[in-house]
Design a protein around this ligand. Structure first.
Ligand SMILES: *Cc1c(COP(=O)(O)O)cnc(C)c1O
Length: 385
């Protein structure tokens, strides 16, 4: 059956549920705080937030106040944490909607405290320690001072102590182990000084999947819940992919040998063949570099077909000369499974010289998200067993 859509993403919510369950098992006694930032890594945050809420996730991670507000407006009451920082203009929304935020300096603490005092509402903060990411966060040696400053402010509540890992292969990398040691040391220093910290958290997906029991009381998995592991860890992943990406064939063209295809004529047909045009381009998240590097694929009628020529804004072209019976309206799969063949996000990311995160985050707004809740049996799942 031909789809009503030009290009669409299948979003498999039961795969997300299954991944959540798996992550929960790996996390042991630690709480699982699903990360839904960047619109749930491009998947669309609200349905995922609802699933997380349904199963009693104690907290969700978001990217900014706008994302937090969107979830609140959708009826999500789960505690929310803006993982990084918030700029001044975002603070009123955080206070209004009871959203927590990462904190990374003493000055910032004073400023937040002042705003909270003025609105007569407490603000929950998680003190972020920079143990080697060198982005946001106080240096370990300043952590105790800033923590004390927070505790001294009546309108700030110190809800957590956190750090973020720079390594994309988790504890397989020495730098991750160094960061971890530094974070443990910092947490101990605060604890020994009597600073009350309800929650200590650091593990992302890579840390969780590299065999170490997570340190602290909570983990913050993102990409793993969407069924993907960071590139370097992609070995026999036990996760189910949540996203598939498709477009329908809108045009077929038989060409002789020696015809150049697309912008810049980057590809010339080596022999007579049949080309299929797909209404999906870089605006929809198909990386331009796939065409530039001549490394992209689509599945048509269960057969791998190479992307040929440049990926353009709204369209791309695939060579279907070796596939019998291709017709207008056929579904082409850019990510996912068709028959015996599969294309993974990891494979696409590698071919485009990028990371899986960028692939899912770049799926454009005009790609229809089709939430498919039925293809996998929902596992029994509960955060509060
Ligand atoms: C994005 C993010 C995560 C989740 O990372 P994954 O690699 O997707 O698991 C965890 N913590 C923080 C602070 C983040 O920004």
């Amino acid at each position: 059956m031909t789809s009503r859509h030009r290009a669409w993403a299948g979003i498999h919510l039961n795969a997300f549920r299954k991944n959540l369950q798996l992550v929960k098992e790996l996390a042991g006694d630690a709480e699982v705080w699903p990360v839904l930032k960047a619109n749930a890594y491009g998947h669309g945050a609200i349905p995922f937030a609802k699933i997380c809420q349904e199963f009693g996730a104690p907290r969700l991670g978001v990217g900014d106040s706008g994302e937090a507000l969107e979830l609140r407006e959708a009826g999500i009451q789960t505690p929310l944490l803006v993982l990084g920082t918030a700029i001044d203009s975002e603070i009123p929304d955080l206070l209004e909607h009871n959203v927590e935020v990462g904190l990374h300096s003493e000055n910032r603490a004073f400023m937040l405290a002042e705003k909270a005092r003025k609105s007569n509402k407490p603000l929950g903060v998680h003190l972020k320690v920079d143990t080697g990411m060198t982005r946001l966060g106080v240096l370990p040696e300043a952590a105790l001072r800033v923590a004390r400053a927070v505790v001294a402010e009546p309108f700030l509540e110190l809800r957590g102590l956190m750090t973020h890992h720079a390594s994309q292969d988790g504890f397989r990398s020495a730098t991750a182990r160094e960061q971890d040691a530094l974070f443990k040391k910092t947490a101990k220093e605060l604890q020994d000084a009597g600073v009350p910290i309800p929650c200590v958290h650091s593990a992302n997906s890579a840390a969780l999947f590299t065999g170490n029991p997570p340190f602290g009381n909570a983990v913050r998995p993102g990409i793993a819940l969407y069924g993907v592991l960071p590139l370097s860890l992609d070995t026999d992943s036990p996760l189910d992919p949540v996203l598939s990406l498709h477009a329908q064939v809108v045009f077929l063209k038989d060409v002789p040998a020696g015809v150049s295809v697309g912008y810049g004529g980057r590809w010339k047909s080596p022999q007579p063949t049949r080309l299929a045009v797909l209404p999906i381009g870089y605006n929809d998240g198909l990386p331009y570099r796939l065409g530039a590097q001549g490394r992209g694929w689509a599945l048509v009628r269960g057969v791998r077909c190479p992307l040929v020529g440049a990926v353009s804004m709204d369209y791309c072209t695939v060579d279907v000369g070796h596939v019998p019976g291709v017709d207008i309206g056929d579904t082409a799969t850019l990510l996912g499974t068709d028959g015996e063949e599969s294309l993974t996000i990891q494979e696409l990311a590698e071919a485009a010289g990028t990371i899986p995160y960028e692939i899912t985050c770049s799926i454009g707004s005009r790609v229809q998200r089709i939430y498919d809740d039925s293809d996998i049996q929902p596992p029994k799942l509960s955060f509060s067993e």
